[in-house]
Design a protein around this ligand. Structure first.
Ligand code: BGC
Ligand code: BGC
Length: 846
């Protein structure tokens, strides 16, 4: 394990080294920024195993020799199933498809397993439908099976990686990989974008839970196991000949090192730290023959990884001998300096072998083709990329395997969530639990009356976290998890089996006094940048169960706190209030594993010993980099016996209250640092609305309070027609960068009610740095809302980008304009996903 002192010493050595980095040899590495130059000779030499026979390699070369330029370009492009049809695949000879977090067959990411397999067949058949003399190259389908086959209804959902990191059990990790591979094979995909081998250094990062640990040695100890479980041991036997799929380690490199934990941000660290901390997991990954590596959205010292030739070609493929395929992340090439979603020769030049171009594939195909023709992209580089795509397919066995539905395991739907698969997941849940406090209430004795409280107790989506059925893991209810067990259900079963009883009451009320209460609380699901936070604490509305714990404690009822969370957070109030505290992370579909740890066996002794140890330090305050409460590796055991508790200071140590940055207006009032104004459409005659009732534009717009959820939880706007129109606007002085959100297909969600007819269609626009930017987008859907009914109307951020707005500096994300009579109320305006909207505005595409 790498100690902090070594790291610090190493960091200063690296500073000394980088001071000399201006030598001519280093400068020959083609990077514009000196701090982003690498020294490949300082990186380890690694051996990539032999995974193709000589005959296999000869076949790859023979196919390559017969391909047209168009076919070659098609092979290095991956499109998303939401934006590509089998006919497109046939026509453009695309090499691959993926399903993004919100994509599914027929536009339904909750489509039944049968539909996934049928679509896999359709894509395969399209890829094999070739003209005379043309080589048939089967397509490969990639999916984010990041904690089980987690896009599929009914699949086994394993704990997210942060919990697995706590388990300290590489052998278990291999079994999880095996089960995941089997379930993927049932629905016909051949490739998972897992495991994430990030080594998060700042848990404010919204993807920290996708990494096993902040400790590189622990991450590295798991990588080989997971890859072996998914792919099988490195061998020249085709991967698909066994119960396996291709894996992908991601996101290369230092996705977990970005400044302030900003997703897709910049890792401003030395080359030494880059190599020792973030590079560490790639050594076992390469040794295990990982079939693919995905580059990160993020940058290292200002250069995006998707176009970092030094790291991709010179280090990874050169020095470290990586023989597999390198794919970019979701339109990440569009973020490279000088590139757009539609064109990025620099990424190919840097050593990328496949573009993940979900909705941009068509334009990218045209531009890439033209760039090879005019020599911008070297033919040898294209051939190398295509050869790597073909090797992946040969290694999988795709050329000889027939269509997906004919392969072993395909269509064996009973394997999705099979009992022995769920048993592995339940074991993983048990092993991932970390006991942080126990003054003696645990284990719960047989025969007791148990109260189960907290808003997270009976919510399988919540206990599963992001990347579960939908991208953000939001918009789901328990009915979408057939065969799964919520924490409440697991506790109820255990309590009843022990001869006792359990009562569920989220707010903690009870009819008969319980012997003990279990309060389940914590984070709600998020993925990627949506989960980035400014400080290490729960959002205010998620802290309510802590008050429940305090109330129960005052009543003398012993309290067990169970925290559902993707990361350690400041929760001293809960730690003080509860008599026992268990970090349950994001356990997934087998909530019974939590109860296994809490209840005693019939003889009163613990049924299972706690094994989990913190995969990263637990903070004493909400401040990143502040003091540690429990160090990395901390975790109590039943064998230790009860422990006395000294009350912790209840001071988060930060001034922000943990409120969500993606909310601009809530309960009828602007979020802090936002203001609500009403003006003419051109912005003149503005009135900042601070109290209601109010009148703007000489009485032509009347603003009043109206109820939504809570009393006066919304504002109503009665607008009378006016030549200069009227605009309702939310703005801030400190512009925000919404480019990632736009790329991520996020929407502006307005919780609105139409109160009167809308005479002329309303339109919307945004402002950049206080100035109008881009055209107004007509949103006819406002007029179509049922009168008097609250609805969440989603306006894709892409609409504004298409209308010409610069999404990197938005000062007004919401400007609603009327030029006729209208009446509507607004309760909330926030960013969100497709699944959060009741209706979605149809606006002109890019
Ligand atoms: C994520 C990747 C994921 C890909 C496909 C990206 O936004 O960063 O981890 O594999 O989307 O869904
Ligand atoms: C997709 C995800 C992807 C993300 C990129 C979403 O719309 O569903 O798979 O990772 O965009 O930011």
């Amino acid at each position: 394990m790498l100690s902090k002192t070594i790291l610090l010493a190493a960091g200063s050595a690296a500073l000394a080294l980088s001071a000399q980095a201006a030598d001519p040899a280093a400068a020959s590495v083609a990077e514009d920024i000196p701090a982003a130059r690498v020294h490949p000779e300082r990186w380890p030499e690694v051996a990539f195993p032999t995974v193709l026979t000589e005959a296999g390699e000869a076949r790859v070369q023979a196919i390559l020799a017969r391909m047209t330029l168009e076919q070659k370009v098609g092979q290095i492009i991956q499109a998303d199933i939401a934006s590509v049809t089998p006919e497109d695949v046939r026509r453009y000879r695309l090499g691959s498809v993926l399903n993004g977090g919100n994509s599914g067959p027929g536009g339904d990411d909750l489509a039944p397993a049968q539909d996934w397999l049928a679509l896999a067949d359709a894509f395969y058949e399209a890829s094999m439908d070739v003209g005379p003399g043309e080589p048939a190259i089967p397509i490969v389908w990639g999916t984010d099976a990041v904690h089980g086959h987690s896009n599929i209804v009914g699949a086994t959902i394993f704990p997210h990686n942060v919990g697995l990191g706590a388990a300290r059990d590489p052998e278990l990790i291999e079994r999880i990989g095996k089960v995941t591979a089997v379930e993927i094979r049932v629905t016909g995909q051949e490739w998972t974008f897992a495991p994430t081998v990030a080594v998060p250094q700042d848990y404010r990062w919204g993807r920290a839970y996708e990494g096993y640990s902040s400790d590189p040695a622990l991450v590295a100890a798991y990588v080989g196991s997971m890859i072996r479980g998914l792919q099988g041991p490195p061998s020249t036997t085709p991967i698909l000949a066994g119960p396996h799929v291709a894996a992908s380690t991601k996101h290369y490199l230092a996705d977990g090192a970005t400044t302030d934990g900003k997703d897709q941000g910049d890792a401003a660290i030395s080359e030494l730290e880059l190599r020792l901390v973030h590079g560490a997991p790639y050594i076992p990954a390469i040794e295990s023959g990982v079939a693919t590596i995905m580059t990160s959205f993020s940058s290292w010292n200002g250069v995006k990884l998707s176009a970092h030739r030094g790291l991709v070609t010179d280090v990874l493929k050169g020095r470290m001998n990586y023989g597999g395929l390198v794919i970019t992340d979701w339109n990440a090439h569009g973020q490279v300096a000088g590139c757009s979603n539609a064109s990025c020769p620099r990424a190919v030049d840097a050593g990328i072998d496949m573009f993940m171009a979900p909705d941009s594939w068509r334009m990218l195909y045209d531009s890439t083709l033209a760039q090879v023709r005019d020599g911008t992209i070297a033919m040898e580089r294209l051939d190398d990329a295509v050869a790597r795509v073909l090797r992946l397919k040969q290694r999988l066995g795709l050329f000889d395997m027939g269509k997906p539905s004919q392969r072993a395991l395909s269509g064996e739907y009973e394997l999705l969530g099979a009992p022995d698969h769920r048993a592995v997941a339940r074991e993983a849940v048990r092993k991932s639990m970390v006991l942080l406090k126990n003054t003696g209430v645990l284990p719960l004795q047989p025969g007791g009356r148990i109260l189960v409280a907290g808003d997270a107790a009976h919510d399988i989506a919540r206990q599963s976290g992001g990347w579960t059925l939908s991208w953000q893991g939001t918009g789901l209810d328990n009915s979408l998890f057939p065969g799964a067990t919520s924490l409440w259900e697991g506790i109820e079963q255990a309590a009843t089996a022990s001869g006792g009883s359990a009562e569920l009451s989220p707010e903690g009320s009870f009819t008969e006094r319980p012997d003990a209460a279990i309060v389940v609380f914590g984070e709600t699901p998020y993925a990627e940048f949506q989960g980035d936070i400014a400080s290490l604490q729960l959002r205010p509305e998620l802290r309510r169960p802590i008050a429940t714990m305090q109330r129960l404690k005052q009543q003398g009822i012993p309290v067990v706190a169970v925290m559902i969370t993707g990361r350690p957070l400041y929760v001293n109030e809960a730690l003080n209030a509860a008599d026992a505290f268990v970090a349950a992370w994001l356990p997934g579909s087998e909530g019974g594993g939590v109860a296994d740890m809490l209840f005693a066996a019939a003889d009163g002794a613990p049924a299972h010993e706690f094994q989990g140890l913190l995969p990263t330090a637990w903070p004493a305050t909400a401040q990143h980099g502040g003091e540690t409460l429990f160090p990395f590796g901390y975790g109590l055991r039943y064998a230790h016996g009860p422990r006395a508790w000294t009350a912790l200071p209840e001071d988060s140590g930060v001034s922000d209250d943990g409120s969500d940055g993606g909310v601009f207006f809530d309960r009828g009032v602007p979020a802090s640092s936002w203001s609500l104004t009403v003006s003419r459409a051109d912005g003149t005659n503005a009135l900042r609305v601070t109290t209601v009732p109010a009148e703007a534009l000489g009485g032509r717009v009347r603003i009043a309070a109206t109820d939504h959820g809570v009393q006066e939880g919304a504002r109503s706007f009665a607008i009378a027609a006016h030549a200069q129109g009227a605009a309702i606007e939310l703005s801030t002085f400190d512009p925000i960068d919404l480019s990632r959100e736009t790329n991520g297909d996020m929407l502006l969600l307005a919780t609105v009610r139409r109160d009167a007819p809308i005479a002329r269609p309303l339109s919307m626009s945004v402002r950049c740095d206080g100035e109008p930017c881009g055209a107004a987008v007509p949103i006819a859907e406002f007029g179509e809302l049922a009168e008097g009914e609250w609805q969440i109307l989603g306006v894709p951020l892409k609409c504004f980008r298409a209308a010409g707005a610069d999404m990197t500096r938005i000062s007004s994300p919401f400007r609603l304009m009327a030029d006729g009579d209208a009446g509507l109320s607004i309760a909330r305006v926030a960013l969100g996903s497709l699944s959060d909207a009741d209706a979605i505005a149809d606006c002109p595409a890019e």
